[in-house]
Design a binder for this molecule. Structure first.
Ligand SMILES: [Zn+2]
Length: 353
């Protein structure tokens, strides 16, 4: 037999072929592996320099080792721009004084869906640090999920969440929403959906991939569906929805075969139904509910996070771990102040459409 070297992909294939209970067992074993800080450092170095040593500041390729920091982290110097940097530069770990093993533990807490305080306690960090880390990780996760592609049978429908300004004292945010409400006029009264609700179009496929995002206030629209699902649904996919016209229009535009489920949410047409999505919606509400009032400002981050927790629940744990690793090595330049300066309600669709 040929001496074959395993890759992450080949092992993944192997894992995916295991029965579900074996996969859950494997996941628990994996969780027990403590990742040392130096391992994370090494992992980051491998990821970052996989295509050769490139400077994260100027993009130059003349990068050399340049001694070590007090904490043992390897320093590099770029001969093109003359700057020194560590492997943490422009990642979510930039500027952190904590060991990367603490971050690794923190990501595990998130994958398990723990709250800010529960995670802070387990990792020995403050509530504030826990908040910042959570959103740094989720922002990076959001970036990584920009290329999520749904294929095969894709179930789609929107859900609604109450508008919340929790923790946001800016008057501008309230004015912003009131203006939106005026522009929209009385259209929403038709279905009794008030502007106090944010509309979140969602779609999932049968491989555990999901897309969801805050689109607008009140009733759903074709534009809202297009803004959220556009670019994420493979043209070959079969879209499964209820009878709403906005999905019919989207499917036509996107070139998808469409199966609209008539006669209520429980209806099944063979393999075509939206029951996975109904479960996704109710899980999402439970997930959001446990955090006791999430500000609309951060809702998108929680949607992204819920998608990873969902994957684990549905036996796609390996995929969730892989995503978190991707987050660790992703280029990330956002600062803490940018985190707080985002809009109070991140709407994609600004007025009646
Ligand atoms: Zn440089």
């Amino acid at each position: 037999m040929e001496d074959q070297k395993h890759t992450a992909e080949s092992i993944m294939e192997l894992i995916n072929s295991l029965p579900i209970m074996e996969r859950i067992k494997l996941h628990d074993l994996y969780k027990g592996v403590q990742t040392a800080s130096s391992d994370m450092e090494e992992y980051l170095t491998e990821q970052r320099f996989s295509g050769g040593r490139v400077c994260p500041i100027c993009g130059g390729t003349h990068v050399q080792r340049n001694g070590k920091r007090k904490n043992g982290a390897q320093k590099f110097i770029c001969k093109d721009c003359g700057k020194t940097f560590s492997i943490r530069k422009n990642t979510i770990f930039n500027g952190t004084r904590k060991s990367l093993s603490v971050w690794r533990e923190y990501m595990s807490c998130m994958a398990e869906g723990l709250t800010i305080d529960q995670s802070a306690e387990r990792c020995g960090i403050t509530h504030y640090t826990s908040f910042i880390w959570r959103h740094k990780i989720l922002d990076a996760l959001g970036e990584c999920s920009r290329d999520t592609e749904l294929s095969g049978i894709v179930e789609a429908d929107e859900t609604f969440m109450p508008l919340s300004f929790k923790g946001d004292r800016s008057l501008f945010s309230k004015g912003e929403v009131e203006r939106q409400a005026r522009v929209r006029g009385g259209e929403n009264h038709k279905r009794g959906l008030s502007d106090e609700l944010v509309c979140i179009p969602c779609a999932i496929d049968r491989k555990g991939n999901a897309v969801s995002r805050v689109a607008k206030l009140g009733k759903c629209s074709t534009k809202a569906v297009r803004e959220v699902l556009g670019g994420h649904v493979n043209h070959e996919a079969t879209l499964c929805t209820d009878e709403e016209a906005s999905y019919r229009k989207f499917a036509k535009e996107n070139g998808n075969a469409l199966v609209q489920i008539k006669g209520g949410k429980g209806t099944v047409k063979g393999i075509y139904h939206i029951q996975h999505l109904n479960a996704y919606h109710s899980n999402l509400k439970n997930f959001i509910g446990q955090f006791k009032g999430i500000s609309s400002k951060y809702l998108n981050n929680y949607l992204v996070w819920n998608n990873e927790v969902e994957r684990r629940k549905n036996g796609f744990a390996e995929k969730a771990v892989a995503v978190l690793q991707q987050v660790a090595s992703a280029i990330f330049e956002e600062t803490c102040s940018a985190l707080f300066l985002r809009p109070a309600v991140p709407l994609l669709v600004k007025n009646q459409s």
